[in-house]
Ligand binder design. Structure first.
Ligand SMILES: Cc1cc2nc3c(=O)[nH]c(=O)nc-3n(C[C@H](O)[C@H](O)[C@H](O)COP(=O)(O)OP(=O)(O)OC[C@H]3O[C@@H](n4cnc5c(N)ncnc54)[C@H](O)[C@@H]3O)c2cc1C
Ligand SMILES: NC(=O)c1ccc[n+]([C@@H]2O[C@H](COP(=O)([O-])OP(=O)(O)OC[C@H]3O[C@@H](n4cnc5c(N)ncnc54)[C@H](O)[C@@H]3O)[C@@H](O)[C@H]2O)c1
Length: 468
């Protein structure tokens, strides 16, 4: 069967859905293809189930910090896991397919591969291939896949990746977590608070090494209170099956064992089998794009999201998708595209203002550059640190503990990085994202008065410490 549309989007994760939506809004006939579930990794095996697993433990911990709130001893895992299953619709993507159709997007299920210039072949087991040609462009949004380290015996044991860790039907009695990145810390705390004994193995001295150093230090303190055992500066050398689970041997000879082993050591772009050769690119490589989303050197090919290796986060991928969909639609209409930084056709924020929340307790919110990144970029910076101690934080929880940092570009007197760590700081982050993306001068920020009594009064403490 041969078909023709204006645009083909490969991959219906959050990023592909947004790229297709914008292309349709731009007047283009758009086909969105997925080989698994519409909604992608984020909806079913990543962001949504992981946050559903974390939230009840945080609510219980928050209640314990307030006298007079009646709380039980521990979480009841059954309802927690059932609520997680509701959020992932028991792995049924009907509502997401219906959304796409309602938005005017044409949908197809199957494995899509590039087989020619602007040509995609969709394969489904037991059915003839469908060849679809795009009049204007193909947008690749195939996401990423886990990357496992080379460890003797690892390929012989049934270890968990993030899919198994977010979708597990029972609480394991014990779990060894390898990797202290975002997946490692979120899943270690979620399952610990659901009752599992956790060993967390870090290759460095602290978790979340890409964040400001105090982030990892505060998480280590919280993990100690949770009873999570952290193994720092550790190197895993061998994995093996045991009678009741899996063991992991570290280079110092110690052996950790658990009912489960979670390997959370990062992800790589999902491009092994999408026909990149057709575009003169190597299978498995990152799809490097310019700020309009166009794959370098291939005018008809665009990409967005994890597959581009830019900012592997749902919200940032969706931002790139909105821009890429608009660019493809504008070019299809013969309109010029504004390539200047911060135009609506350029994902400039990817370079300066990527926000990320890590949903641990304490939460972590970070946008822009760390002090170290800003210094290595040659900026003349001033770094301001304060403890989060405001009337709002005192009221929010007894013993509230948190820290905040501003990184100020002194030559322009604008913020280039902000970090908050503390209970319930996630929603505070957007104020910082606006300040960084908007390049709001610190002297004008002085006039953005935080409400009393809120945690956001930390902004006042930060600006006073800066010298205002
Ligand atoms: C455990 C975990 C928790 C996370 N939590 C958060 C969070 O809280 N916040 C956040 O911002 N980010 C989070 N992330 C990151 C987030 O999941 C990704 O950044 C996001 O899913 C990327 O979206 P995407 O659309 O690029 O890719 P994906 O969501 O991976 O979607 C890609 C889609 O492409 C399809 N596909 C792939 N190849 C083909 C093919 N050849 N043909 C047809 N279809 C194909 C796949 O089936 C999939 O549906 C988390 C990640 C993990 C692992
Ligand atoms: N809340 C969120 O925004 C959120 C939550 C989960 C995941 N994500 C995204 O998903 C992606 C994948 O997350 P991730 O945690 O798998 O990757 P990551 O790159 O964030 O962290 C991987 C960690 O594993 C460590 N590591 C690598 N090899 C190791 C080894 N052999 N032994 C011990 N440690 C080792 C690395 O030093 C790193 O700290 C990230 O891009 C992340 O931003 C985001």
């Amino acid at each position: 069967m041969n078909e023709q549309v204006d645009v083909i989007v490969i991959g219906a994760g959050p990023v592909g859905e947004n790229a297709a939506d914008r292309a349709v809004r731009g007047g283009l006939r758009t086909l969105l293809v997925d080989r698994e579930l519409f909604g992608g990794e984020c909806s079913f095996w990543a962001c949504i189930p992981s946050k559903a697993l974390l939230r009840p433990g945080h609510a219980l911990a928050a209640a314990r910090r307030l006298p007079g709130v009646p709380v039980g001893e521990r979480l009841d895992p059954g309802p927690v896991l059932a609520r997680r299953d509701e959020f992932i619709h028991n792995l049924d993507d009907t509502s997401q397919v219906d959304w796409a159709k309602g938005a005017g997007i044409e949908v197809a299920r199957g494995h899509a591969r590039l087989t020619g210039e602007r040509e995609v072949t969709i394969s489904r087991v037991g059915e003839p291939d469908t060849v679809v040609t795009a009049n204007h462009a193909v947008i690749v949004c195939t996401g990423s896949v886990p990357r496992a380290p080379r460890i003797d015996g690892l390929d012989q044991v049934p270890y968990w990746g993030s899919r198994e860790a977010t979708n597990a039907k029972q609480v394991p009695s014990s779990m060894v977590v390898l990797g202290g990145g975002v997946v490692g810390v979120e899943m270690a705390q979620a399952w610990s608070r659901l009752g599992a004994r956790i060993d967390l193995v870090l290759s460095g001295s602290r978790p979340l090494p890409r964040f400001e150093p105090f982030v990892g230090e505060l998480l280590l303190a919280a993990f100690a209170e949770d009873g999570i055992t952290v193994h720092r500066d550790a190197s895993a050398v061998a994995a093996a099956g045991t009678d009741d689970g899996v063991s992991l041997t570290l280079s110092d000879g110690s052996v950790l064992s658990g009912e489960r082993l979670l390997v959370a050591t990062g992800r790589r772009p999902n491009t092994d089998d999408i026909g990149l050769e057709v575009a003169g690119l190597s299978p498995g490589s990152t799809l490097a794009v310019d700020d309009s989303g166009q794959v370098e050197g291939v005018p008809w090919l665009y990409a967005a999201g994890d597959v581009t290796g830019r900012a592997p986060l749902t919200h940032q991928g969706k931002y790139a998708a909105r821009i890429t969909g608009d660019v493809v639609a504008a070019r299809a209409r013969g309109e010029s595209v504004d390539l200047s930084p911060w135009s609506r056709h350029q994902s400039t924020a990817d370079h300066y203002a990527v926000p990320q929340v890590v949903f641990t307790d304490p939460e972590v919110g970070f946008v822009g550059r760390t002090a170290e990144q800003a210094a290595s970029a040659g900026l003349n910076t001033k770094v301001v640190d304060v403890d989060i101690e405001t009337a709002g934080s005192y009221l929010h929880a007894d013993g509230y503990r948190g820290k905040a940092r501003l990184v100020v570009d002194e030559d322009r007197r604008v913020l280039v990085g902000v970090t908050f760590v503390g209970q319930d700081v996630a929603d505070l982050l957007h104020s910082a994202t606006i300040a960084v993306a908007g390049e709001v001068p610190v002297d004008r920020l002085w006039h953005a008065v935080p409400s009393f009594p809120t945690i956001s009064e930390v902004w006042l403490r930060l600006l006073e410490s800066y010298g205002l």
